[in-house]
Ligand binder design. Structure first.
Ligand code: 6GU
Length: 243
């Protein structure tokens, strides 16, 4: 899977790309992440990528030209590249913005079907609408709160999609039982590891019993209790069934 990230702060990503599961996936050749500085696509010598909104109002708007040129250039280069295997489809363009549709595990599963994603990170007050009219991206938000920009959201998308790719996770970290994945609407049950006793707080006896059926039952009950208390909406979704 290939990601091209368009941002005015490419350095935000460098630490994240160098650690843990993502670093391993990149080294194994399973994931490629290319960073593009939007300023390299500005047309004026002052590196302008934003301007004041027509009609007035606070803040700045990301200009249409630099983003459209940058995304088109990435797509053109990718289609002309002599890579094996050839990309199956045109790249999917994603725009990160608080007014996008919300990223859910189901949406992540859909997006992970693409082998090439071009993700544009918003800043300031948003994008010139013509970016959306021309590139026809999917506008994505990661939740009902406001970030300073789409960079953290882009990292969330990379993180959530690559763990669904074959061979990215070891069996130790398998994603199949993850909360929110299709077919699982329960939050994780509580976990314990050594020591058995810490400051008078004991591990539940059943987990030490070796009775796997009882343990599975305890975990399911524990999951249900936690889900009911914190996220009753997930249980309601299950009743409403899958679309
Ligand atoms: Cl993708 N961008 C910004 N700026 N704020 C957000 C967001 C994205 N998702 C949630 N809040």
């Amino acid at each position: 899977m290939r990601f091209d990230i368009v941002t005015i702060f490419p350095d935000i990503f460098t630490g994240y790309l160098k650690e843990s599961i993502l670093e391993k996936a990149i080294k194994k050749g399973l994931v490629t992440v290319n960073l593009h500085n939007l300023r390299d696509c500005s047309e004026d010598k002052h590196d302008g990528v934003d301007d004041r909104p027509f009609g007035g109002g606070p803040g700045m708007v990301l200009k249409v030209g630099p983003i459209v040129r940058c995304v088109e250039q990435i797509a053109a280069e990718a289609s002309g590249e002599d890579t094996e295997p050839k990309p199956k489809n045109a790249p999917k363009v994603i725009l990160f913005t608080p007014r996008g549709t919300k990223l859910t595990q189901r949406k992540v599963e859909q997006i992970a079907q693409n082998d090439h994603i071009i993700a544009v990170c918003g800043r300031y007050e948003g994008f010139d609408q013509r970016v959306i009219d021309i590139l026809k991206p999917e506008e994505i938000s990661i939740g009902d709160y406001v970030l300073n920009g789409g960079e953290v959201a882009a990292m969330v998308l990379i993180d959530t999609t690559i763990r669904l790719l074959p061979d990215v996770l070891g069996c130790q970290e398998s994603h199949h039982d993850d909360s929110f994945s299709t077919g699982n609407r329960l939050l994780e049950s509580s976990q314990y590891t050594r020591p058995r006793s810490f400051r008078g707080h004991e591990v539940p006896e059943v987990l030490l019993s070796g009775d796997h059926q009882k343990i599975a039952q305890w975990r399911l009950e524990n999951s249900k209790k936690i889900t009911e208390k914190r996220r009753a909406d997930l249980l309601k979704d299950e009743l409403a069934s899958d679309e």
